[in-house]
Design a protein around this ligand. Structure first.
Ligand code: IMP
Length: 451
C-alpha cells in the first residue's frame, strides 16, 4: 500500500510544500483533495521560484501525474492563471494534470459573499478568511440548490443554470449588503456566462473522473502522495470552530476529499513548525504578542503567502498538536523551521491547559474553553547560533535535539524529518528506528487484537 499523506497539524503554513516536493520523487501521483485557492505554497526548484495554490508542485516533474479531486473548491480563473503561468515558463501541464468533474466551482458571488459575511459572525470576532470565496462555495455544495460543479459546464442546460443562480445571488447579496453603507453592484448574467464558458473551454482537456483514475491507480499499485492543505486545527468538523476553514483539513479528509479509502494509506506524516502560528481570527492559547512573537515572525518571515497578513506567533502547543496527530492517524513527525527559534535563551512547550482551574491535556471541543485555556509550560534550554548548515541529526546542538525529542515524546510519534531552512538540502531525514525515538506504535495505538 504505497500511499503517503502529508498533513499539517497546526493552523496551516507548516511548510508542507517543501516536504511534498521532496517526497514527490518517491511517488507516481500527487493529489490535492480539499481546500482551494486559500492555500498557497512556494517551491524553489532548479534555482527558480514557483508560487502555486491549487496545482500540486509535482507538476514541475515530468514523470509525475497531478490530480485535483472533487473535494477541492475550484476557482477556474485561479487554476487557469496557474496553468498559463507554468506553461509560459516551459512546464508541460497538458497530459499531466487531471481535474475532477465533481469539483465545485468558486464564482464571483462566492467571493462577494465571503467579503460581506466574514465580519458578521455571531459572537463577535471575525473569522478573518482569505477572501477567496471558499466558505460560500462549500456552503452552496452542502446546500446543493445553487451549486455548480466543473462537469456541469459541459451540459446543455448550463446557460439557464447560470442565469437562475445569478438572479438568486443578486437578491441575496443585495439583502446582505444592505446596512453596510456600500451600494450593491449586481452581477451581470451575460458577463458571468461569457467568462464561465471561456473557462470551460480552457479547462476541457484537464477534466476527468479523478475518483476512477485514483482507484484504478491504487489498485494497480501506483504510489500516491496526498497533499493536505491548511492545518488540522482549521478542520471544519474537528478544528477550533467557527474559526476554521470549510473543509476537512485534518487527516480525516483524505478519503472523503479524494474518494480513495483510508485503508490504502500506509504512511501519514504530521507536519509541525517548531513553534506555532495562526493567521486570521480565533483562539491561540500559546500566542506571544510580544518580543518572543516578534522574534519568531521576523526570523520565520511569518507573513501570509495568500494575503500577506502578519501571522500570529507563539510557543509550540503540544496539547493541540497531540490532538491533531491522533485525529490524523499520524505515524511520524516532520518538524519544520527548527532554525527559527534559534537565539532564544529558553524555549517553552505547552504541555497542558488550565481551564477554569482544572488541568487538562485534552484539547477542548468548544471555542470558549480554548479561549479561556491558560497554557501550562515546560521550559527547555534554547540554543545559540544558526542551524542552517546542519545536514545530519548529530550536527544539531544538544539543546535542539533535546527539544525535538521532547516534542516526539509529548506527541507520541518519532520525529523523522527536520528542516533547518528553505532549501531541499536543509532537510535532515532520520531513520525511525534510530535510538532515542519513542517506541511506535505505542501499545495504546495498536490495532485491537482480532480487529
Ligand atoms: P478561508 O479558508 O479563506 O475561509 O479562511 C478561514 C480561516 O482559515 C482564516 O482564519 C484563514 O486565515 C485560515 N486559512 C485558510 N487557508 C489557510 C492557509 O493556507 N494557511 C493558513 N491559514 C489559512
Amino acid at each position: 500500500m504505497p500511499c503517503t499523506c502529508v498533513i499539517g497539524l497546526q493552523w496551516g503554513d507548516e511548510a508542507k510544500g517543501k516536504l511534498v516536493d521532496i517526497l514527490t520523487e518517491q511517488h507516481d501521483i500527487v493529489v490535492r483533495y480539499q481546500g482551494g485557492a486559500n492555500a498557497g505554497h512556494t517551491v524553489v526548484s532548479n534555482g527558480q521560484t514557483w508560487k502555486l495554490s491549487l496545482i500540486p508542485s509535482g507538476i514541475l516533474r515530468d514523470d509525475v501525474a497531478c490530480v485535483i479531486t472533487g473535494g477541492v473548491a475550484l476557482d477556474p480563473a485561479s487554476v487557469i492563471r496557474e496553468i498559463d503561468g507554468l506553461e509560459s515558463r516551459g512546464v508541460t501541464v497538458a497530459g499531466k494534470l487531471r481535474i475532477s468533474d465533481r469539483a465545485h466551482l468558486v464564482f464571483p458571488w462566492h467571493v462577494a459573499e465571503d467579503r460581506v459575511l466574514d465580519g458578521s459572525i455571531s459572537g463577535g470576532e471575525a473569522i478573518g478568511t482569505t477572501g477567496r470565496g471558499i466558505g460560500p462555495c462549500y456552503r452552496d455544495k452542502v446546500g446543493r440548490a445553487l451549486a455548480i460543479r466543473l462537469g456541469d459546464l459541459y451540459r446543455d442546460d448550463i446557460a439557464a443554470r447560470l442565469e437562475h443562480v445569478v438572479a438568486i445571488k443578486n437578491r441575496l447579496l443585495a439583502g446582505w449588503q444592505d446596512g453596510t453603507g456600500r451600494p450593491y453592484e449586481p452581477l451581470d448574467a451575460a458577463t458571468v456566462r461569457a467568462d464561465t464558458m471561456r473557462h470551460a473551454e480552457r479547462l476541457r482537456p484537464f477534466v476527468a473522473d479523478t475518483t476512477a483514475f485514483l482507484l484504478d491507480a491504487v489498485e494497480a499499485g501506483s504510489r500516491v502522495l496526498f497533499e493536505g492543505a491548511q492545518g488540522a486545527l482549521l478542520d471544519i468538523d474537528h478544528g477550533t470552530f467557527p474559526y476554521v476553514t470549510s473543509s476537512n483539513s485534518s487527516g480525516v479528509g483524505v478519503a472523503s476529499g479524494s474518494g480513495v479509502p483510508g485503508r490504502w494509506v500506509d504512511r501519514v506524516i504530521g507536519v509541525v513548525k517548531a513553534y506555532s502560528t495562526r493567521v486570521g481570527g480565533g483562539p491561540m492559547p500559546t500566542e506571544q504578542p510580544n518580543e518572543i512573537g516578534g522574534h519568531l515572525r521576523e526570523r520565520g518571515r511569518e507573513y501570509g503567502t495568500v494575503t500577506m497578513r502578519p501571522r500570529r506567533c507563539g510557543w509550540f502547543d503540544a496539547v493541540a498538536a497531540r490532538y491533531t496527530a491522533r485525529l490524523s492517524g499520524v505515524d511520524e513527525l516532520a518538524v519544520m523551521l527548527l532554525d527559527v527559534p534559534g537565539g532564544l535563551e529558553e524555549l517553552k512547550i505547552c504541555t497542558a491547559y488550565m481551564v477554569d482551574g482544572r488541568r487538562t491535556e485534552t484539547f477542548p471541543s468548544h471555542v470558549d474553553d480554548i479561549r479561556r485555556a491558560v497554557p501550562v509550560y515546560e521550559s527547555v534550554p534554547g540554543w545559540p547560533g544558526e542551524l542552517a548548515a546542519c545536514r545530519a541529526y548529530d550536527d544539531l546542538p544538544a539543546a535542539a535535539r533535546g527539544y525535538l525529542a521532547r516534542i516526539g515524546e509529548l506527541l507520541g510519534r518519532p520525529v523523522t524529518i527536520v528542516s533547518v531552512g528553505p532549501d531541499r538540502e536543509q532537510t535532515i531525514l532520520r531513520d525511525r528506528s534510530a535510538p532515542g525515538h519513542p517506541a511506535w506504535p505505542r501499545p495504546q495505538f495498536r490495532t485491537p487484537a482480532g480487529a
